[in-house]
Design a protein. Structure first.
Length: 480
């Protein structure tokens, strides 16, 4: 059923407000009203709406104040991606529509559909303002309803913002976990191949009587592999040249798989002089086995290191998530601000890499811990860093610094983006204000940040901005 058909089911009649006095006094906002209070209304519209009909649709320019005499209606809001958010289900005796009128909206911010057959009074905008100016009893009820509904809507939207943030972090966490997981899986697979190769070579060497010189050479090579220290990484060009030179030499002395063996030896920091004992100790028939045995051994150590580092990365991520999620759940606790920031940086790591952003941490040693009963600090860092990432160009730089100032822990988050336009700076902490494209931001990130910092932690948040350098500074009292 299209909208025109649905509106066709709604009927209305013009009636004097005085005739509806007894029914209006059954509602919350008009419960204390007298006949004289309704004189300013003159005639009103009495609306009869069957279940399933639509009273008004989001985006309609005609705004009115509604009083539900009987029945039930539902108010919903459509998001930028078509998602429908239920805002309220209203029963007989309730009123609605005052919020967009009081906020000066130009069109309806939500839709209203009828759940049960309903009877309503529709008061046009001009009559609503006359009522608000002449009837204190009604004005008090309307303002109380408005305050409650704005608070409820902000709570719902803030919860949605937090869920969006959580979804972003969850997606990032899956990405972060996948990388070390895949690396560990590849290393384990290669390790299996190496173990098979080592077993085959060992059996061949066992079947061949080895001289004392050959045994000593293998023993020395093995000991050197066991004592291997991590070498400084070579540049791409240096590494390529070293691999090429070693490959040519290995091929010249008849070593099989020289192209595969040389990169392993170079990565481990071995050079030609380190393995020349094998050239002199082993005949050509055994030389390939001896050096490939060494290559498999060195490769195993490298693969085991990869697996250890991958598992350490997974553990680091799990610890970061735990710290982020915990964020102070008991009444009074101590907060390590730098540790909280570090956990958030880990969880947002994929975003930094995606835009090739350099993150510079300028942490103060032995920064005092906060003693507080507040929570939500991780959300503050997430919002500030997310905004910094969005503002930064590819290859940009984000600086996170901490310091102590007058019994306060201070945190600065700066980016190298284009800056905040002067005309937007006064509104930057307003709820629902955003400079991001439609559907990208809800305009609540900085509002939530401000509420947590100022409301929960009794701190301050401020910013400075110019092209190429925007910094948000959070100041938190060390103790409440």
């Amino acid at each position: 059923m299209d909208k025109a058909q649905m509106e066709g089911q709604v009927t209305s009649e013009t009636i004097s407000a005085q005739e509806l006095l007894s029914q209006l006094r059954e509602t919350a906002v008009f419960s204390q009203s007298q006949a004289a209070d309704l004189a300013c209304l003159d005639d009103v519209e009495l609306v009869h709406a069957p279940a399933g009909s639509l009273l008004f649709e989001q985006g309609e320019p005609r705004l009115s104040f509604w009083v539900l005499l009987g029945g039930q209606v539902k108010v919903t809001k459509a998001g930028s991606k078509g998602e429908i958010t239920p805002l309220a289900v209203l029963q007989a005796g309730e009123s609605f529509g005052e919020v967009p009128l009081m906020l000066g909206s130009e069109c309806a911010p939500a839709s209203c559909s009828v759940v049960e057959d309903s009877t309503l009074v529709r008061i046009e905008a001009d009559a609503f303002w006359r009522l608000m100016s002449t009837c204190p009893a009604v004005r008090g009820g309307v303002l109380a309803n408005m305050a409650r509904r704005i608070e409820t809507y902000q709570t719902l939207t803030q919860q949605r913002e937090k869920l969006i943030s959580l979804g972003t972090l969850a997606a990032g966490l899956m990405h972060e976990l996948n990388n070390p997981g895949a690396a560990a899986k590849r290393a384990a697979s290669q390790l299996r191949e190496n173990m098979t190769q080592l077993q085959e070579i060992s059996l061949r060497l066992t079947d061949t009587p080895l001289t004392q010189e050959q045994k000593s050479c293998l023993r020395d090579l093995q000991q050197a592999a066991f004592n291997q220290q991590k070498n400084a990484a070579l540049g791409s060009l240096e590494q390529s040249d070293a691999e090429e030179a070693l490959t040519e030499w290995l091929e010249s002395i008849g070593v099989m798989n020289a192209w595969k063996l040389a990169p392993i030896l170079v990565a481990a920091g071995w050079v030609r002089d380190d393995i020349q004992c094998a050239q002199y100790a082993f005949p050509p028939a055994l030389l390939s086995d001896a050096l490939n045995w060494l290559g498999a051994l060195l490769s195993n150590f490298h693969l085991l290191t990869t697996i250890e580092e991958s598992l350490s990365r997974v553990t680091e991520l799990v610890i970061a998530v735990k710290k982020y999620a915990w964020d102070g759940k008991n009444k009074e606790h101590q907060v390590d601000v730098q540790d909280s920031i570090h956990s958030t940086l880990i969880l947002l790591g994929h975003k930094f890499r995606h835009k090739q952003i350099v993150v510079e941490k300028r942490f103060t040693p032995e920064l005092p811990r906060l003693t507080t009963s507040a929570t939500g600090l991780s959300q503050v860092w997430t919002n500030l860093l997310d905004n910094a990432i969005d503002a930064s160009p590819d290859g940009g730089k984000i600086v996170v610094r901490t310091w102590v100032e007058r019994n306060q822990v201070c945190v600065g988050v700066s980016d190298t983006g284009p800056g905040i336009p002067p005309e937007h700076r006064e509104r930057i902490f307003e709820p629902f204000f955003t400079t991001k494209p439609a559907g990208v931001g809800t305009g609540l990130g900085l509002d939530i940040t401000y509420r947590i910092v100022a409301g929960s932690y009794h701190g301050q948040i401020e910013f400075t901005s110019e092209p190429g350098n925007t910094e948000f500074i959070v100041r938190l009292p060390i103790s409440e």
